[in-house]
Design a protein around this ligand. Structure first.
Ligand code: AQP
Length: 334
C-alpha cells in the first residue's frame, strides 16, 4: 500500500466566507500545507445542489479562491482549483453512487436540515451530495481531510464507501480510509444570533456571522449586537451549559487569543459580557481585517485568480486521470 499522506478539502462557493469557515477549515488548511501535500478545491458542483444564480456562482468561485489565497494558501505549495474543471469528480461520483447505499444516505442529518420540511422538493443532487464528497476525496486517494465538525458524518460515509469499494472489487487497501482532521478546541462556530445553529453563509441575517470581508466597523457592530447573557460571566464553564450564546463568544475569544477556555473564563469571571465583547471585537479586527484587505485586493485581478484555478486544475487532472484509470480497471469498465 502507498503510505503517502495527502490532504484534500473543499469549500462551497455559496457566498461570503465567514469566521466558521476560517476557524473550522481554512486556518487548518494553511498550517497543513507546511507539512503535507495538499489539494484544496472550490466545490462548485456541491454549490449547485441548491439553486445558484449563474452570475453569482461565477463571482463566488473567484471570491472563494481569493479567500483561500488571502488566508495564506500558497498555490506553489498546494493545488488550488475548482471542482467542475476536473471531470473525474463527476465520473467517480457516478461509480460511487452505485456503491453507496440508500440507507446510508437516509441517515445524513445535513440533508434533513437543508431540505427542510418539504423533502420532495429538494434536488436529487442535494440528497446524493455525500457521494460526490466521497468522490472528491477518493479521486486523489486523499488520506486526511480537514473539516469542521459539521462534516464529520459525511466523512464517515466516505470511509464506508471506500471500504465497501475495496471489499466489492476485492482490492484491499485500494482506497485509503480518509481521516478527518477536526479542530480540537472550536470545531463548530455558532451563529451570533442563535447559538443553537452553526454560523453559516446561507443564514439570512448578516448579523449572524463575521465575514472575512467585514470592515472593523462591521465586526464591532456585529459583536456588540451578538446575543450573550444578562448575568455576569461565571467563574466555572459548567455554569455556561445552558447559555450557548455566551459560551460561543467565549469559545471564539479563547480560539483567537490562543488561551484555553478555562483560563479565559477565569480571566473574565465577574465581568459583564460587554467587557468580553470589547476585547473580542479588538482581537477579531486584528485577525480578520488584514485578510479582508488582501481579499479585496485580490478580487481586483480576476484574470490572476482564473490563472491560479487553471494551473491548479491542470495539476489535479494529472493525479485524477491516473487514479481513474485504475478505478475503471477495478470496476471492469473498458
Ligand atoms: N460554523 C462553522 N464552524 C466550523 N466549521 C465550519 N465550516 C462551515 N461552517 C462552519 C467548515 O467550513 C468548511 C467549508 O464549508 P462549506 O462552505 O463547504 O459548507 P458548509 O459547511 O455548508 O458551510 P456553510 O457556511 O454553512 O455554507 P452554506 O450556508 O452554503 O451551507 C467545511 O469544512 C465546514 O465543516
Amino acid at each position: 500500500m502507498n503510505n503517502k499522506k495527502l490532504v484534500f478539502s473543499g469549500v462551497q462557493p455559496t457566498g461570503n466566507l465567514h469566521l466558521g469557515n476560517y476557524l473550522g477549515a481554512l486556518k487548518n488548511f494553511v498550517s497543513l500545507q507546511k507539512e503535507m501535500e495538499c489539494i484544496y478545491c472550490v466545490v462548485d458542483l456541491h454549490a449547485i445542489t441548491v439553486f445558484q444564480k449563474p452570475s453569482e456562482l461565477y463571482n463566488n468561485v473567484l471570491e472563494t479562491t481569493a479567500s483561500f489565497l488571502a488566508t495564506g494558501l500558497n498555490p506553489d505549495k498546494s493545488i488550488i482549483f475548482n471542482q467542475s474543471s476536473v471531470s473525474g469528480h463527476s465520473e467517480l461520483a457516478w461509480i460511487l453512487n452505485c456503491v453507496s447505499r440508500i440507507g446510508w444516505l437516509n441517515r445524513m442529518t445535513q440533508f434533513k436540515d437543508k431540505a427542510g420540511s418539504d423533502k420532495e422538493k429538494a434536488s436529487v443532487g442535494l440528497y446524493i451530495y455525500p457521494n460526490l464528497m466521497a468522490a472528491d476525496i477518493l479521486l486523489y486517494k486523499a488520506t486526511h481531510v480537514p473539516v469542521g465538525a459539521d462534516q464529520k458524518q459525511h466523512l464517515e460515509l466516505s470511509r464506508d464507501i471506500a471500504q465497501k469499494f475495496n471489499n466489492d472489487f476485492d482490492c484491499k487497501n485500494f482506497f485509503p480510509l480518509p481521516e478527518p482532521l477536526i479542530p480540537k478546541n472550536i470545531s463548530r462556530v455558532m451563529s451570533l444570533r442563535d447559538a443553537t445553529k452553526k454560523m453559516s453563509k446561507s443564514e439570512e441575517s448578516d448579523y449572524s456571522r463575521i465575514n472575512l470581508k467585514d470592515s472593523a466597523d462591521e465586526i464591532n457592530r456585529k459583536i456588540r449586537k451578538a446575543k450573550s447573557d444578562s448575568q455576569q460571566i461565571p467563574d466555572n464553564i459548567k455554569l455556561l451549559e445552558n447559555k450557548p450564546e455566551a459560551l460561543n463568544l467565549l469559545n471564539i475569544y479563547s480560539e483567537i487569543s490562543k488561551n484555553k477556555l478555562e483560563a479565559v473564563v477565569l480571566e473574565m469571571a465577574g465581568k459583564e459580557y460587554s467587557f468580553l465583547k470589547t476585547k473580542l471585537a479588538e482581537i477579531l479586527i486584528e485577525e480578520i481585517t488584514p485578510i479582508g484587505k488582501e481579499l479585496q485586493k485580490l478580487l481586483k485581478d480576476k484574470s490572476y485568480l482564473k490563472t491560479i484555478l487553471q494551473k491548479g486544475s491542470e495539476k489535479a487532472s494529472i493525479i485524477a486521470e491516473e487514479n481513474l484509470k485504475n478505478i475503471r480497471d477495478k470496476v471492469g469498465l473498458i
